[in-house]
Ligand binder design. Structure first.
Ligand code: NAG
Ligand code: NAG
Ligand code: NAG
Ligand code: NAG
Ligand code: NAG
Ligand code: ZN
Length: 501
């Protein structure tokens, strides 16, 4: 463990004890069938893990396993791949619950990387990022694409990256190139980015270096983009990601924008977060270049980015979380919300014609695939997002006997519609236990929790005392207005209620 410049990093943070091989024996396996690109449910099945990989998927218990294999009986349980989150900002964990009714414009002016650097130091980022990753691992999210907006200095960037490495999670860490007024410019970030690629411990961890960039459109600086893309190629980044919000939001970063600069049809995966108001041309471009969007259902409902056309591009889509400070951090909840939202929209299409639906437009298997395999495809990682021989051993064991699950027949419906994070008994990343018997196993977790709470209390107090920003009269040329409020209290007056900080 190598501390970053001046950051007191916790000792011994390596997560897990690992037997070289583990056999999960005699349970219900939700495996992936590469021929059909669909699921294959095996009852009374077994999964063999050797080191970081799945090396056997069996219809019953295998006759022979490698010597000293740990045998884990999973009778009555369900084993699935870990979930893949293709959009989050993990460093923000300390803001949890203080922004429950924020708007996107208020978020920019109050909680974003344009404000935080003036109050946060590198230790804060480390503590907050690590707590966020433990929260995700506990929820069975084994892979995440982090749009890491905290890269406003070398120390700040390094602290967040160190937390990813120390967490044991598989993080596609998207170093953000942005100008922060009064602090740093993109120009000054090139050497910082370079130094991240040389970070000790990175190459031996499941975390990889990516790039996050929101300057593709509508007014790109082509010189800047060429420099960033040269670095992307030179350092062989694992992913590029961008916030794409067209329509009234007006910061497009669309497939068309990137294609016009000749950077869409490349070997590096590019993930478009939200892709709200994606055009038919944009959708065709995604298909012909095999690039993906990240739908963040809860975020797009909370902030109003919305997803009016995302139902039509499910074959190039994955699921993400976004700002986990304002809603759930688990992809299971996103999959469930999205399944029902997609059904709702497709039903509405029928009802609006004065007709009634005669079939159900989306299945639980589709929701499951969006939450697992499609995330892997978005990241162009054929070895993730499924249980099959050769896949990375990123796994979840579900308690099949909990009050919520009891009585299940279809394991996919049980997980997507009835389970909660509380039913996740165990999680492995890269063949290593990160959660077992319902608890995170990282030796450093109790200390990380204590440090995080101290940091959170201090920073939450700063934000509590910070005046709310003025709502702008317009944004990107469009007027800003208040939507009608909901009122749950009968009678005159405003039933909006309070927030409790
Ligand atoms: C960050 O601030 C906290 C609280 O003041 C302090 O304990 C910590 O040492 C600081 N870390 C750095 C790297 O300055
Ligand atoms: C950073 O600032 C430069 C100079 O003002 C500008 O041209 C460029 O578009 C900015 N980049 C981003 C990502 O905002
Ligand atoms: C680039 O990274 C990918 C994985 O993201 C790897 O498969 C490939 O071998 C690497 N290429 C080089 C030239 O290092
Ligand atoms: C991307 O490249 C592939 C082959 O390399 C080609 O078939 C496809 O048409 C290209 N798509 C676009 C939009 O240029
Ligand atoms: C959130 O709720 C508080 C308390 O009711 C209110 O003062 C504030 O204006 C609300 N924020 C937004 C962005 O609506
Ligand atoms: Zn985001």
């Amino acid at each position: 463990m190598r501390p970053g410049n001046g950051i007191a990093i916790l000792p011994v943070f390596l997560t897990a004890v690992s037997a070289a091989s583990i056999l999960f024996k005699g349970g219900t396996v939700v495996a992936f069938n590469k021929q059909t690109q669909g699921l294959r449910v095996i009852r009374g099945g077994s999964v063999l893990v050797e080191n970081d990989r799945i090396t056997g998927v069996f219809d019953s218990a295998p006759n022979r396993v490698p010597p000293r294999t740990e045998i884990v009986d999973i009778a009555g349980k369900i084993i699935t791949p870990g979930f893949i989150d293709t959009h989050r900002h993990g460093w923000q964990t300390v803001f949890k619950t203080i922004a429950s009714n924020t708007t996107l414009l208020e978020f920019f002016g109050r909680y974003s990387s344009f404000v935080a650097p003036f109050f946060w130091n590198a230790t804060d980022i480390y503590d907050s990022q690590l707590a966020g990753l433990y929260e995700a691992l506990n929820a069975g999210v084994t892979t995440s694409l982090d749009h890491a907006t905290h890269t406003w200095s070398k120390d700040a960037a390094e602290a967040g990256l160190q937390a990813c490495i120390d967490s044991g999670a598989r993080v596609f860490w998207g170093f953000t190139f942005a100008n922060i007024t009064g602090l740093i410019t993109v120009e000054q970030l090139y050497p910082v980015f370079r130094s991240m690629a040389a970070k000790v411990g990175l190459s031996s961890s499941p975390t990889t270096l990516g790039i996050a960039y929101d300057g593709w459109g509508p007014n790109p600086n082509i010189g800047e983009i060429n420099k960033i893309m040269a670095l992307a190629k030179e350092l062989n980044v694992s992913v590029i990601t961008t916030h794409s919000l067209q329509g009234p939001w007006g910061f497009s970063n669309s497939p068309e924008d990137i294609h016009a600069l000749n950077y869409l049809n490349i070997s590096i995966p590019i993930v478009f977060s939200h892709a709200s108001f994606l055009t038919p041309t944009g959708a065709d471009l995604l298909r012909s270049t095999n690039q993906y969007i990240s739908i963040t259902p809860e975020s797009e409902m909370h902030y109003g980015q919305t997803h009016p056309v995302s139902y039509s591009i499910q074959d190039q889509a994955s699921l993400g979380i976004d700002t986990h400070i304002t809603f759930s951090t688990d992809i299971l909840t996103q999959a469930r919300i999205w399944l029902q939202q997609a059904r709702y929209e497709r039903y509405l299409d029928v009802l609006e014609q004065g007709k009634l639906p005669g079939s159900n437009p989306m299945s639980v298997e589709q929701a499951f695939l969006l939450a697992t395999r499609n995330g892997a495809l978005a990241l162009r990682r054929d070895d993730l997002g499924g249980i099959f021989v050769g896949a990375k051993a990123d796994l979840i064991i579900w308690d099949g006997n909990s009050p919520a699950m009891l009585g299940w027949v279809d394991p996919v419906a049980a997980v997507i519609l009835h389970a909660s994070v509380g039913d996740i008994e165990a999680v492995l990343v890269d063949g290593k236990w990160v959660k077992r018997a319902g608890k995170l196993v990282a030796q450093g977790y109790p200390r990380a929790r204590e440090r995080f709470l101290r940091t959170a209390r201090r920073l939450q107090a700063v934000w509590r005392d910070m005046p709310l920003p003025e709502t702008p009269a317009e944004f990107n040329g469009n007027p800003v207005v208040n939507p009608d409020r909901v009122d749950v209290v009968r009678g005159p007056g405003d039933g909006y209620g309070r927030i409790y900080l």
